[in-house]
Design a protein around this ligand. Structure first.
Ligand SMILES: NC(=O)c1ccc[n+]([C@@H]2O[C@H](COP(=O)([O-])OP(=O)(O)OC[C@H]3O[C@@H](n4cnc5c(N)ncnc54)[C@H](OP(=O)(O)O)[C@@H]3O)[C@@H](O)[C@H]2O)c1
Length: 216
């Protein structure tokens, strides 16, 4: 399986502001991301991203596509609202809610009744390593991880990312409570950090840079 992590951040490394405004990408970058989405089998995000942004995670730029990747939501307690854009569109676009044994069986049933598939793995937190093994058995070949910071940490720490694509938007937002590209507990020393190899760079709209890294 090939796994790509894509995110857009401010120059100071924030993926959203302290008020959870995450509209960082330019239109040109959105077109790039939606093209990337159209090349994968699955798009994965954490439940906080769903709760904060209410995304639909479909392919819409430059034009709406009829073929969308499966949305995979990491949601330990099955907190996803039944009226969220993801659940509301799950009859049209395949959806997987990855949850744990801790989630309410009643809520799991309600999600399934809305045509979303539920995968249960892990006790308190979704076991992402096992989830990827399950997705591989289900014939997923290419997955795009689209955040947020906690999920980015979990997948990077597991060593399952092949490629990291980061758009640096020419803006500084600050804020100690604003989410950064990678959250989690982090490494203690730089020497333990995840090593990257720059494979390409693109400059968009004069001031926006897209960095393409391969994991070493
Ligand atoms: N600029 C960008 O490219 C971009 C992209 C995406 C999101 N964002 C922004 O990022 C922010 C959300 O990021 P976030 O870091 O707060 O949350 P997140 O990564 O979207 O979701 C984190 C949540 O996922 C659940 N989870 C379950 N199992 C997990 C595991 N093994 N590892 C990690 N998380 C697990 C946890 O909640 P439970 O315990 O309840 O399951 C956890 O709190 C939003 O403001 C959004 O707008 C920006």
């Amino acid at each position: 399986m090939y796994v790509i992590l894509n995110a857009a951040m401010s120059v100071d490394g924030k993926i959203s502001t302290k008020n959870n405004d995450s509209s960082i990408s330019s239109k040109m970058d959105l077109i790039r991301v939606h093209k990337l989405r159209s090349s994968v089998d699955g798009i994965m995000v954490g439940i906080s991203t769903v709760l904060m942004d209410n995304p639909i995670l479909s392919v819409r730029f430059p034009t709406r596509s009829t073929k969308n990747p499966t949305r995979i939501i990491i949601d330990s307690n099955a907190r996803i609202p039944l009226d969220s854009n993801i659940i509301r569109s799950s009859k049209k676009i395949q959806t997987i809610i990855a949850t744990t044994h801790h989630a309410s069986p009643r809520k799991i049933k309600q999600i399934q009744n809305k045509a979303a598939q539920v995968i249960v793995t892990g006790n308190r937190k979704v076991n992402i390593k096992k989830l990827f093994q399950i997705l591989e058995k289900m014939s997923f070949k290419k997955i795009l991880v689209e955040g947020g910071g906690e999920i980015n940490w979990s997948v990077l720490k597991l060593g399952i990312i092949n490629e990291l694509i980061v758009t640096i938007s020419p803006v500084v937002v600050g804020g100690r409570d604003a989410k950064t590209l990678v959250e989690g507990v982090g490494f203690e020393n730089i020497s333990n950090g995840i090593k990257l190899k720059l494979s390409n760079t693109i400059i968009q709209n004069k001031n926006e840079i897209v960095l393409f890294y391969k994991l070493r």
